[in-house]
Write a protein that binds this ligand. Structure first.
Ligand code: ATP
Ligand code: MG
Ligand code: FE
Length: 338
């Protein structure tokens, strides 16, 4: 089974060809970061224009690089949401045209299911499983009772973890996106500023990062006004310690309460070294029977291979779309109910 997958929900135009949901033949990623950097974030109109320019070349390159002809494909998959509506529509339109021209079935994929399915390139996922989904727009604990079923048990009430990294990075004068840069600084410092850890001990699996962001920004602004020097490296380390503490504590609790054998960490922030280290240590000592799965760094950020993998599950379930497929900018998983 070969699936050609397209991802264009944000600022990466990506086309992949995936075999049987778990092998990547090619995964072309055209990043637009250079164009958005100077604005300090993704500008939707600029993103759409880049997708239009890139999508045709990416499809062509993917077929050439994988040495696959359209007749050999089983389906065309595309991210239908969540994401920027204009950006999503470029991928969706290209996918429809390609599917129609080559008489192939079309599959619409939830971008967040895609992030989770990046784990399938590492090992087989066994159910029930838990996923910690940490990205630029989402922070969620997702329970997977069975293949292709995604249920939110907790989520952020305000900022996503990646968003907090990017906003704090801006205050430190780092370029967008700043998650990786803060992660690197954090490794050289210590938690000396002791920022708050919101909702750490409440009885939900929800998160909140806007208070942490505000304390960080206030501390830096007040110091600037008093012309005081703050320690950049310790600031980064303190911020990261707070984020990682909350993520790890709640995730471990979720894995204790739900009957899971695997924990998948996914999304752009899953690339965070501090999070990887702390989770690995904590799982080893408190839940040695839970298998911890991190996608390779390259597959944590947005890419079409993960969309192809999620699509393979949808195909198995007979979930196909037609040419009326539309973008769903606010698409979200259902909430878990006991
Ligand atoms: P979503 O998937 O929620 O729609 P998105 O696709 O924009 O949002 P991703 O591409 O999954 O998000 O992740 C990008 C985010 O990951 C950015 O906020 C970036 O700062 C963050 N990030 C990347 N690497 C790291 C890292 N090492 N540590 C922390 N954050 C990181
Ligand atoms: Mg991106
Ligand atoms: Fe994403």
């Amino acid at each position: 089974e070969l699936i050609l997958a397209i991802e264009s929900s944000c600022d990466e135009t990506s086309v992949a060809i995936v075999k049987n949901g778990s092998t990547i033949l090619t995964n072309i990623i055209a990043s637009q970061i250079k164009s958005h950097e100077r604005f300090g974030g993704v500008v939707p109109e600029v993103a759409s224009r880049h997708h239009v320019e890139q999508i045709g070349y990416c499809i062509q390159d993917a077929l050439e690089e994988a040495d696959v002809s359209p007749e050999e494909l089983a389906a065309v998959a595309v991210t239908k949401g969540p994401g920027l509506v204009g950006a999503l529509l470029i991928g969706i339109t290209a996918a429809k045209a390609f599917a129609w021209a080559n008489d192939l079935p079309l599959i619409g994929v939830n971008h967040m299911a895609g992030h989770i399915c990046a784990a399938r390139f590492v090992t087989e996922v066994t159910y029930p499983a838990m996923a910690l989904l940490v990205s630029g727009g989402h922070t969620e604990l997702v329970y997977l009772p069975a293949e292709g079923v995604y249920e939110i048990i907790g989520e952020t009430r305000d900022d996503a973890a990646g968003e907090a990294y990017d906003k704090v990075g801006r205050v430190l004068g780092l370029t967008y996106p700043s998650g990786k840069k803060i992660d690197e600084l954090a490794h050289k410092g210590k938690d000396t500023y002791h920022f708050p850890r919101a909702m750490l001990n409440d009885d939900t699996y929800d998160f909140s990062f806007s208070g942490l962001k505000s304390s960080f920004i206030n501390l830096v602004h007040n110091a600037q006004q008093r012309q005081e020097e703050l320690d950049q490296v310790n600031l980064a380390a303190s911020f990261q310690a707070s984020v990682v503490d909350v993520l790890v504590t709640k995730t471990i609790r979720a894995c204790q309460e739900f009957p899971v054998q695997q924990l998948i960490v996914a999304g752009g922030v899953a690339a965070n070294q501090g999070l990887r280290e702390r989770l690995a240590e904590t799982i080893k000592t408190t839940l040695p029977n839970v298998e911890l799965i991190f996608p390779p760094l390259k597959l944590c950020g947005d890419n079409a291979a993960m969309i192809g993998s999620a699509a393979s599950i949808e195909r198995k379930k007979g979930h196909f779309a037609d040419l009326a497929l539309n973008a769903e900018p606010s698409l979200a998983f259902e909430r878990y109910e006991k």
